[in-house]
Design a protein around this ligand. Structure first.
Ligand code: HEM
Length: 440
């Protein structure tokens, strides 16, 4: 089949390509398959409610449903070993096994993860997304028919999430702004200055930026599928606020420090376009808030520090060791837990944060690379002692380039703790039916 053709949107799950509505409510439900026939029956049933990127509305009404499987899940369905071996190596290892590469150490280590995350019990993850809690509940009640009365299948974990109207994540920054344009998808990216990225970077079976095409055994298993890494990341919002206050002399300085750490003001306005003060209108304007590059205007990071979260995770055209284009990702972050009311500086003990979701064709070259080389190291920007000040794993140092002298922040506490996560494969719709018809 032609590998550079238009994407087969009707075979790709909508969760891969379609941006989510705003606001929205979402639920993640994880299952363990105890009986392979039941697991196959589940694949058959979900293939009827999963929405495609061509038609993002589900028979379950105003909701979109996606499904993904772990490597243990594919084994539980009886997928032949030869087929499993044709999938990504990191996927086959599972996220917990990759803990040291990912910086999941200390409090974030798999032995401290929320159960059953990271265990071999996690087989299938179903995600339902709806514009509000009520419609989500109705859809979930109907979706429950999909897995009700199926002995041999057990729902073992559930996580409710939401995205507020303001699209703010728990630290208070607008999230969900920057997305790559994907060749052949017809879905626009958010940066008009970024050339669309080859489809094979996000969907298996198409040409990627390295001129390769990922194939699986058989072809139908992988084609139009992708990998998903989800991580439940706890955010210590009170500690973040305390740190900003303790290291600033005025409220304005606090906001500037927060923006330097993120690369954007809390409104979403990028330092690249308004380095001295926030601009709420710009932050909320999707036509302008991601329309910038770094190299010509700000090579030294005087506006947007090279070590800020946003510039680390996507250095765009900035001069770095390596090529940024081959490390792009689709993100689907969703907040969980209660918001810590504005002004509260003491931790209330509630669990809050984001369920960070990576979508892409290469867990190793995209997600793991960014996590280990760009977030938890600084060699690529010539600052090997520094890490990401927002979500670095430990011993965080951060440099704010300034004239006449730079500002060095050392020993920043860790604000984000991994509560668990997993690597999954999100098959195309035909592949779901293939899984349901296995006869091994
Ligand atoms: C709790 C942890 C995290 C928080 C609070 C957070 C928050 C944010 C925010 C507010 C933005 C800017 C808005 C946007 O462009 O959508 C952003 C951008 C981004 N983040 Fe994170 N993030 C977190 C973890 C991560 C992790 C673990 C990764 C990757 C492994 C990541 C990858 C990215 C990428 C790729 C961008 C877009 C950069 C760009 O294209 O400009 N983030 N994040």
């Amino acid at each position: 089949m032609e590998s550079t053709a238009e994407l087969e949107l009707d075979d790709i799950q909508s969760g891969v390509l379609r941006p989510r509505p705003t606001p929205y409510a979402a639920t993640y439900i994880a299952f363990r398959i105890d009986d392979r026939k039941t697991g196959r029956e589940l694949m058959q049933r979900v293939s009827k409610v999963v929405t495609s990127a061509a038609n993002p509305t589900s028979p379950l009404a105003d909701v979109s449903v996606s499904v993904a499987l772990t490597c243990k899940g594919l084994e539980a369905l009886g997928v032949p070993q030869e087929s499993i071996d044709s999938l990504s190596w990191e996927f086959r290892q599972g996220m917990a096994a990759r803990a040291s590469e990912l910086g999941d150490v200390g409090e974030s280590a798999p032995e401290n993860w929320e159960q059953p995350l990271g265990s071999s019990d996690l087989h299938v993850v179903l995600v339902a997304v709806s514009p509000d809690e009520q419609r989500l509940q109705t859809a979930l009640d109907r979706a429950r028919d999909t897995y009700r009365n199926m002995p041999g299948l057990k729902a073992i974990w559930r996580q409710n999430c939401h995205a507020l109207e303001t699209e703010k994540e728990p630290f208070g920054f607008r999230d969900g702004i920057s997305h790559p344009a994907i060749e052949g998808s017809g879905i626009a990216g958010s940066n008009p200055q970024e050339r669309p990225v080859k489809a094979g970077e996000f969907v298996l079976g198409y040409r990627d930026e390295m001129r390769g095409v990922q194939r699986t055994v058989p072809d139908i298993l992988g084609r139009n599928g992708t990998y998903v890494a989800f991580r439940k990341l706890h955010q210590d919002v009170a500690a973040f606020r305390q740190y900003l206050k303790a290291n600033s002399t005025t409220v304005e300085a606090e906001e500037l420090l927060a923006a330097k750490m993120m690369g954007r003001w809390r409104s979403g306005a990028p330092l690249a376009l308004c380095p001295l003060h926030d601009d709420a209108e710009l932050g909320a304007d999707p036509r302008r808030n991601n329309d910038f590059l770094f190299e010509v205007d700000d090579p030294a990071g005087l506006k947007t520090p090279s070590g800020s979260h946003m510039r680390r995770c996507n250095p765009r055209d900035a001069a770095i060791a390596g090529v940024a284009r081959i490390h792009r990702m689709i993100r689907r972050g969703t907040a969980y837990g209660p918001t810590l009311p504005e002004g509260v500086m003491v931790d209330d003990g509630a669990d809050r944060g984001i369920v960070f979701t990576f979508v892409g064709a290469s867990i190793g070259r995209q997600f793991e690379f960014i996590q280990s080389q760009w977030i938890n190291d600084g060699i690529f920007i010539g600052a090997d002692q520094d890490r990401d000040p927002v979500c670095g794993s430990h011993e965080i140092n951060f440099t704010v380039p300034r004239k006449p002298v730079r500002r060095r922040l050392q020993g920043i506490p860790r604000f984000v703790v991994t509560r668990g996560g997993e690597y999954c494969f999100m098959p195309g719709l035909r592949a779901l039916r293939w899984l349901s018809e296995l006869e091994t």
